[in-house]
Design a binder for this molecule. Structure first.
Ligand code: NAD
Ligand code: ZN
Length: 379
């Protein structure tokens, strides 16, 4: 391609400081170095994790920064040593990578790649410790190795999954984070037995995908828990059969759930990021066999407190990034589920805005309106 080895000037939504609206700027994107690729982003969407680090509630605030990690695009050019991808390939970027060589990548159980696992503090490329984005020579930092709120971005080849070129990128872009995370948290990690009861805490995109996963796995009762009752009607489309709003009760949600289920749910999946919901999600599972899975990203100072007897009574607590999927190996198969009509993604997409109006997507999430908002880079 004409841009190979060259600096590309393009529009990016830059976060100059915490919680301030993003501003669309012209940035310079340096060419991809060894094991890196230039990706032309066509569609991106907003996940709560972006908002969370933009608000700087996460670990270390890094600004100015280009956020965004849920997206779909096309490979523009590749750096030295890249053999798995070529210009024109359709790809989904992923916030956690797969080098295919480390002990984690070789293990059938883990997706926590030693080299490329999620690192929210790092704002530079791992190859040379530098940023590929700049304005007037000053670096603008990366976010989780993807920075998709830019017309062009540079990523490590291990954070890019090549998918079926027939898959519509304006739809499957939501599979690059939230939907796969929730789906995998249920199917791969919680593994609800057929006929079981599952509690889902938080009915945003991730939680609704977890509900969908529980239904696909064969759960018969799926109880949705959220503080926002506007979520409940919508959640029926994702398999939720019952609802609990903790605000409607004067006792803890875990007690309400224990009463509804004769002692506790078989599985629970927490998709809120709220520490109280995490503790409730663990304490509401049945003793003897219950398994709770944490998915939400907690506040940096959060501490999980529960009585050790809850563990002795044979309850299990687990956590997962990206639903335990290996990004490059497994994500193309999740896209195929959509292509075979075994997984619907349209119902997760409630809004769409042009790139120039990206801040509207933040407003919608702040108001708890809709599920996913697609940001169109081209118009
Ligand atoms: P979202 O904001 O769309 O949805 C979160 C929902 O949780 C909202 O409906 C909110 O009302 C509800 N909620 C908040 N506090 C609650 C509480 N105490 N009790 C019950 N409900 C509560 O967010 P999302 O994009 O669906 O993401 C959900 C979480 O998953 C976030 O913390 C995000 O950072 C995290 N996440 C984790 C991974 C991973 O790989 N582990 C990947 C993507 C997102
Ligand atoms: Zn690895």
């Amino acid at each position: 391609m004409a841009t190979a080895g060259k600096v590309i000037k393009c529009r990016a939504a830059v976060a100059w400081e915490a919680s301030k609206p993003l501003s669309i700027e012209e940035v310079e994107v340096a060419p991809p170095q060894a094991m890196e690729v230039h990706v032309k982003i066509l569609f991106t969407s907003l996940c709560h994790t972006d908002v969370y680090f933009w608000e700087a509630k996460g670990q270390t605030p890094v600004f100015p920064r280009i956020f965004g990690h849920e997206a779909g695009g096309i490979v523009e050019s590749v750096g030295e040593g890249v053999t798995d991808l070529a210009p024109g390939d359709h790809v989904l970027p992923v916030f956690t990578g797969e080098c295919k060589e480390c002990a984690h990548c070789k293990s059938a159980e883990s997706n926590m790649c030693d080299l490329l696992r999620i690192n929210t503090d790092r704002g530079v490329m791992i190859g040379d410790g530098k940023s590929r984005f700049s304005i007037n020579g000053k670096p603008i930092y990366h976010f989780v190795g993807t920075s998709t709120f830019s017309e062009y971005s540079v990523m490590h080849v291990g954070c890019v999954a090549k998918i079926n070129p027939e898959a519509p990128l304006d739809k499957v872009c939501v599979l690059s984070c939230g939907i796969s995370t929730g789906l995998g948290a249920s199917i791969n990690v919680a593994k609800p037995p057929k006929g079981s009861t599952v509690a889902i805490f938080g009915l945003g995109a991730v939680g609704l995908a977890a509900a969908e996963g529980a239904r696909i796995a064969g759960a018969s009762r799926i109880i949705g828990i959220d503080l926002n009752p506007n979520r409940f009607e919508e959640a029926k489309k994702f398999g939720c059969t019952e609802f609990v709003n903790p605000k409607d009760h004067n006792k803890p949600a875990q007690e309400v759930l224990a009463e509804m289920t004769n002692g506790g749910v078989d599985r629970s999946v927490e998709c809120t990021g709220n520490i109280h919901a995490m503790i409730q999600a663990f304490e509401c599972v049945h003793d003897g066999w219950g398994v709770a899975v944490l998915v939400g990203v907690p506040h940096k100072d959060a501490e999980f407190k529960t009585h050790p007897m809850n563990f002795l009574n044979e309850r299990t607590l687990k956590g997962t990034f990206f639903g335990n999927y290996k990004p490059r190996t497994d994500l193309p198969n999740v896209v195929e589920l959509y292509m075979k009509k075994e997984l619907e993604v349209e119902k997760f997409i409630t809004h769409s805005v042009p790139f120039a109006e990206i801040n509207k997507a933040f407003d919608l999430m702040a108001k708890g309106e809709g599920i996913r908002c697609i940001i169109r880079m081209e118009n």
